[in-house]
Design a protein around this ligand. Structure first.
Ligand code: GUN
Ligand code: ZN
Length: 464
């Protein structure tokens, strides 16, 4: 049955770039969102303007709540569900060795993985994360529980088993032979890609090829993954991995990648140019369904290449602070034209809600040195958490804002559920200039919203 939802609506209209988000920001204090029987948006506007034919349609009054498009987390680790705030000293590669590989190895136990899948979906729903690109477990049984639980709960997911064919001793339980890596990835695609509806255009379940990072595989694996990806691109399969995260000299991830592959740039390893001297060795895996996590330390040529191929960046500032990975240069990255979306990177990040990622993005970018320091506009924050995420998942035609005809993915944020949010919403100073007052309210909302503030998470109009 159709339903009218009332609340203060914020979303980004049209299909702006992040640099255009401020002009696309829509705020409707007395807003109404009409969702048709089929879960699609029939009307978004002032409640006084709801078409007469919806006169008798049932109403859910969320006021004084806010209605925002569902949050999109473009990088989060399922097998790290229980590994947030893991302590053992060191940055990325030490943390992987001491904390993460052992934590992920526990997913070989199907029952443990099932518990994690329930918790993972609980955290997503509690945080208002309707869609996510999920770095998966290498164990097929664990991935089965993840996809099954996600389907049962009604969430959207793109995920693939984390692929490792080489690595340190601690990663051995997560590694397979090259043949098995390719076979298991193909089997996962055949089993789960669009398994819910049988059609990628209507599915909520999608599969990605997910090598952990270049140094967790070999040139031969990259070649065979590229060939596999080429053979499934037209089925709408995704590609997801890590890029340019830790630049500690010599022993860090970026230098290790360049030393092992002898390439000019880290991105080359995913772009088919993984042979010494960045010579072509296989097909590229970049494209509009490819998402690179982090991209903190990119060369201009790498940003340019991602931009021209339609590849997106999953920007994960909470994780970058937790692991001491540095700060993605905001202005330089935006200037390249590459699409930027938000990611929690949980458990490298230690916060589940996307608003916490947006708040951290604001803080790190205003703190960049010299002329690079910038005060992000709240519309840009909203962009990377919603519409930019839908674009990264190549599903902007389905969700990401409240355009009529899109699927009704939205989140209800109720300030009354969180006293500290209520305080900044109801008693914060607002400008006499209506546009600035609007921006101030959205800013306070995104900075201060917590899990406790989320009153409802809806996918295709259905409350989860
Ligand atoms: N690089 C390779 N694996 C990982 C991981 O699990 N987390 C993060 N943050 N970076 C990685
Ligand atoms: Zn990650």
């Amino acid at each position: 049955m159709a339903r009218i939802h009332l609340g203060h609506i914020f979303h980004l209209a049209g299909s702006p770039l992040v640099s255009e988000a401020v002009h696309a920001l829509v705020s409707i204090p007395e807003g109404a969102l009409v969702v048709e029987d089929d879960g699609k948006i029939a009307f978004c506007g002032d409640r006084a303007g709801v078409p007469l034919k919806y006169r008798a349609t049932p109403v859910t009054d969320h006021r004084p709540g806010f209605l925002l498009p569902g949050f999109v987390d473009t990088h989060v680790h399922f097998p790290q569900t229980f590994a947030g705030d893991s302590y053992n000293g060191g940055q990325l590669l030490e943390w992987l060795n001491h904390c993460i590989y052992p934590a992920e190895a526990r997913f070989a136990d199907r029952n443990f993985a099932r518990r994690a899948a329930v918790e993972f979906c609980d955290r997503r729903i509690a945080s208002g994360t309707t869609a996510a690109m999920v770095f998966g477990s290498p164990f097929p049984d664990a991935q089965d529980t993840l996809f099954a639980e996600t389907a049962r709960r009604g969430l959207r997911i793109v995920s693939g088993r984390g692929i490792q064919t080489v690595g340190p001793q601690a990663a051995k339980p997560l590694m397979t032979s090259e043949d098995d890596a390719i076979r298991l990835a193909r089997e996962e695609i055949n089993k789960w890609h669009a398994a819910d509806t049988g059609n990628v255009k209507t599915a909520r379940l999608h599969v990605a090829l997910v090598p952990r990072f270049a140094i967790a595989v070999t040139a031969q694996t990259l070649k065979r993954l590229g060939e596999l990806y080429d053979s499934v691109r037209d089925r709408g399969v995704y590609f997801h991995t890590h890029l340019n995260e830790n630049d500690r000299p010599d022993t860090g991830e970026v230098d290790q990648t360049k030393q092992i592959y002898q390439v000019d740039s880290y991105l080359d390893t995913y772009d088919g140019k993984f042979l010494p001297g960045s010579k072509i060795g296989g097909p590229s895996m970049l494209g509009r369904r490819s998402v690179m996590a982090h991209a903190v330390h990119c060369q201009d040529a790498e940003l340019q290449r991602m931009s021209e191929t339609g590849t997106s960046i999953a920007h994960c500032p909470v994780s970058q602070q937790f692991l001491g990975s540095g700060t993605m240069p905001w202005l330089r990255t935006v200037a390249s034209g590459v699409n930027i979306a938000a990611g929690t990177d949980f458990g490298g990040g230690d916060e589940w809600p996307i608003p916490q990622v947006l708040a951290t993005a604001f803080k790190v970018h205003i703190s960049e040195p010299g002329d690079a320091g910038v005060s992000m506009h709240p519309a840009e924050m909203l962009f990377i958490g919603t519409l930019g995420g839908a674009r990264a998942l190549d599903m902007e035609d389905r969700f990401g804002n409240f355009a009529v005809g899109k699927e009704a993915d939205f989140v209800v944020i109720d300030p009354n559920r969180t006293p500290a949010l209520k305080a900044v919403i109801t008693d914060g100073v607002r400008s006499d200039d209506p546009a600035m007052a609007r921006d101030q309210t959205l800013f306070a909302l995104l900075m201060r919203a917590r899990e406790t503030s989320i009153a409802g998470t809806y996918v295709q109009g259905r409350k989860l």
